[in-house]
Design a protein around this ligand. Sequence first.
Ligand code: ZN
Length: 306
Amino acid sequence: MKTAFISHPDTLLHVMDGNHPESPARISAIKQAVMASALQNQLLYADAPMADKTALLRVHRAEYVDYIFDIAPKAGLVRLDVDTAMGPMSLAATLHATGAVIHATDLVMKGSVDNAFCCIRPPGHHAGRANSAGFCIFNHVAAGVAYALEQYPLTRAAIIDFDVHHGDGTEDIIKDNPNVLFCSTFQHPFYPYKGTESTSNHLLNIPLAAKSDGATFRHLFETIYKPALDDFKPEIIFISAGFDAHINDPLADLALTKDDYIWMTAFIKKIAKKYANNRIISSLEGGYHLPSLAESALAHIQTLTN
Ligand SMILES: [Zn+2]
């Protein structure tokens, strides 16, 4: 498989409070792991362009997009919500992050690569139609899905969100769109305390008790996601790739390991091979234990290239 690795230097320049866990070091840790591995020479590297307002307006309300552009500071920090702040480079970083997923969609749809990993921040899956939340400003994966369905002759996109937190922003954006199958596993009860009451035939929310491990994930993927994906037959698959369900993650309490990320990636690849001409676009969400984040993301990318 040919895999693209898409990032941008500006993703390192979005800095919130001094010790914020969603830090530039997360991107550096993944890049260093890739550069030190045999993958280094196998990936197609691309710089993420900035998303334009058209890309944002497919998934966000115009007033919210304007609000973010207006509030972005020239100096200092402005707080958007209890968990999310913007500094002078945050707008550029989040626009490059959305742009990465859009560019990945083009590379995959045009056949330049089979799949892609977007090594970007801030993450996106908590950003709803008209709100920031949980370190997220704009929703990159939702924007990529909307772009793919509008620009290409596709009618069915799946999103698999294995971040430890429920992708509530993504659900807010796609909940009335039957062309999108949203599969989200998350620790519950836990931030953002949503997702347990909203299961439908295209919203497959799976709340998991603290301490749930890889065996539980694999069983649920096989018994709930597989039949639903076989029924839906996605023509393209997006992954909200959070690595904060790792057993070492300091923010959460699930118990995945590197091998579980390899297994889940291979599972998604099998579905993509069957229905989606191998098309997978994966975008970084959470993951806050730097060595485990780097190791898990590397294993995920390695599995995408196999
Ligand atoms: Zn998360």
